[in-house]
Design a protein around this ligand. Structure first.
Ligand SMILES: [Zn+2]
Length: 199
């Protein structure tokens, strides 16, 4: 369940000299500018717009900016022009940007590591393999020669990449498969190797 909605925060409020359009009292109107913002799980995500509210201390009439007479609206626009969107209105967007960036950096580091390790494979390396879009498994290197790489495949597949960490404990097949070193590097070029664990 995602809880989302909008909230408003007070930016600026002041008494104006304009008479109240309802009771005609002078100096009784307080004009306030609010900033509306969208929130998800109560974390402000992005600003939506500003709203104005006038309140009369004499007759208690409250008007939103869209219902204000022209003279009050002018006061509201004037006060609004003195306000700025608070930076914390963007907090959620900022968090998303930071997470996205760190995932990109981490993915990039994994790619670099894999690129290096496939050029110098070692027995015991466990490869995270993407067979198809919904089929992931592990290969374990058993022997490495000048020309070839020997490996055993995991007995199980997972439909998600996240499931791979649990597969290692379930054991590998005993039948060895041989690949040329070129085929092995080709697997990485074809983006089949997602990660390599080396102890
Ligand atoms: Zn009034």
């Amino acid at each position: 369940m995602i809880v989302y909605g909008s909230k408003a925060t007070l930016l600026k409020s002041e008494f104006i000299s304009e008479p109240c359009p309802n009771c005609n009292t002078n100096n009784s109107l307080q004009m306030s500018v609010y900033q509306r913002y969208a929130h998800i799980f109560w974390i402000p995500f992005f600003p939506i717009g500003k709203i104005g509210v006038s309140a009369c201390s004499n007759c208690r009439q409250v008007l939103k900016d869209k219902n204000m007479p022209a003279s009050l609206k002018l006061n509201y626009e004037n006060l609004k022009s003195q306000t700025q969107i608070p930076i914390w209105n963007f907090a959620g967007l900022g968090v998303v940007a930071v997470i996205t960036l760190s995932v990109m950096i981490s993915d990039n580091q994994t790619k670099k590591k894999v690129n290096n390790l496939v050029l110098a494979p070692k027995p015991g390396d466990v490869l995270h393999i993407k067979e198809k879009d919904t089929s992931y498994t592990l290969y374990k290197l058993t022997k490495v020669t000048k020309d070839s790489v020997y490996l055993v495949t995991c007995k199980y597949v997972s439909d998600q990449e996240d499931g791979l960490n649990d597969l290692a404990a379930k054991g590998f097949d005993t039948v060895e498969n041989a690949l040329s070193r070129a085929e092995f590097v080709g697997m990485n070029t074809n983006k089949k190797i997602l990660d390599i664990d080396r102890k």
